[in-house]
Design a protein around this ligand. Structure first.
Ligand SMILES: Nc1ncnc2c1ncn2[C@@H]1O[C@H](COP(=O)(O)OP(=O)(O)OP(=O)(O)O)[C@@H](O)[C@H]1O
Ligand SMILES: [Mg+2]
Length: 379
């Protein structure tokens, strides 16, 4: 089989010596590889960013950007690019340094076309294998998730049935039941309710992930969604002695989205803002718009989130690990679901927080009439 068949994209060669560039190009082309050559690190890296080559060859000693720096930048662009360095006899030490920096192999000068080909064939094979391993990993993960979803789904009915039996048992035994037994049944029932919530959250999450939850596209008024959501939390807020404030302006432009998914998103945010608040605290829902997006924010005066935890709060099953969530109950799926819903609707989620002072979670969505497939551009 032609080795070139396994190469992904062109091989990029960076060398300030024109004779060397030509020699490499000729030798590799003869083996059927596509080759692009560059006289310096900057131009070679620019191209690497565009084409993401499987293999990149760089000279070590060059004026301007050195080969070691090139390797460093290549690894930032894509750690899967396999780098081979060309080095003079006197610089074996530097070659070792290059290998430590992430180069896969080195070719000492002078070398023959055959020597170059052997090393590059190995590098191409290495890249192919790491791509294959990556693909298998992704496939395996997808299968594992599918399995979890299937098992979760199957557990729902039996768990629901057990919960009902416990309720019937409590009811039938009435006042004759010893207090201790009543406590045991209550505890079992609570545990089952927790399991059912994890299952329901997981199933919701995999639905949004699979693109089957936020499917409707309807013109919606945030004002109505915010008012109705806050209304549904009045009792919880009173219990926690938290005041709910609606500051969504009446002239806010409409958004386009899935009503029940957005209700779920907003409910998760308000629920958190109450749950992680303090007594006599406040939860404020506000909004603003510019010509492209509508930003809806939920601000609380609660416990806040430490800066090192902040990047993780949108991850599945993540709960802050500093003791602040003790006794609050939750599966850590609420925000992961929020983020997926926002992304599904062409938007995104943001968070800012100050420990001890409070947090603001913001949903950014394209406003009415704006079509976008690039959520990352919204801010
Ligand atoms: N408004 C907030 N203030 C402080 N911490 C918060 C706030 N919202 C979320 N968090 C932190 O982020 C974590 C993840 O939130 P998320 O809503 O995903 O899960 P949860 O509230 O723990 O459980 P549930 O799945 O029931 O919503 C929480 O456990 C909490 O530590
Ligand atoms: Mg939550």
């Amino acid at each position: 089989m032609n080795a070139a068949a396994d190469a992904s994209g062109p091989i990029i060669v960076i060398d300030d010596d024109q004779t060397m560039r030509r020699a490499c190009e000729a030798a590799l082309r003869r083996s059927g590889y596509q080759v692009e050559t560059f006289p310096d690190g900057a131009s070679g890296l620019e191209r690497a960013k565009e084409v993401r080559p499987g293999v990149l060859i760089t000279d070590l000693k060059m004026p301007g950007m050195s080969g070691i720096e090139v390797i460093h930048h290549v690894k930032e662009i894509d750690p899967d690019i396999v780098v081979v360095v060309i080095t003079g006899f006197a610089t074996v030490d530097t070659a070792v340094e290059a290998m430590k920096g992430g180069a896969y192999d080195f070719i000492p000068k002078p070398f023959t076309a055959d020597e170059l080909r052997v090393i590059i064939r190995r590098a191409v094979e290495r890249h192919r294998l790491s791509m294959e391993a990556k693909r298998l990993r992704v496939e395996k993960e997808a299968q594992a998730r599918k399995f979890v979803t299937f098992v979760s789904h199957q557990l729902q009915s039996p768990l629901g049935a057990v919960q009902q039996y416990l309720e019937v048992l409590l009811h039938q035994m009435g006042s004759e039941i010893p207090e201790k037994h009543r406590q045991w049944i209550d505890r079992s029932s609570k545990k089952i309710a927790e399991m059912l919530k994890i299952i329901a959250d997981w199933l919701t999450f995999s639905k949004v992930e699979g693109g089957t939850l936020a499917t409707e596209r309807k013109l919606l008024r945030w004002q109505d969604l915010a008012a109705e959501t806050l209304e549904s939390f009045v009792t919880t807020a009173v219990e926690k002695q938290v005041t709910l404030v609606n500051e969504v302006p009446d002239d806010l432009p409409s958004i386009i989205g899935d009503e029940s998914a957005l209700r779920m998103l907003l409910s998760n945010l308000v629920s958190n803002a109450i749950k992680y608040n303090r007594a006599a605290g406040r939860v404020t829902v506000a909004a603003e718009a510019d010509e492209r997006v509508v930003r809806l924010s939920v601000t609380d005066t609660g416990i806040g989130i430490a800066a090192d935890q902040l990047p993780h709060v949108f991850e599945e099953f993540y709960r802050v690990k500093d003791g602040s969530t003790v006794g609050t109950g939750g599966t850590g799926m609420g925000l992961a679901i929020c983020k997926k819903i926002a992304e599904e609707l062409g938007g995104d989620m943001r968070v800012t927080s100050e420990p001890g002072a409070g947090s603001t979670f913001t949903v950014v969505l394209p406003r009415e009439g704006i079509q976008t497939n690039a959520p990352s551009k919204l801010n």
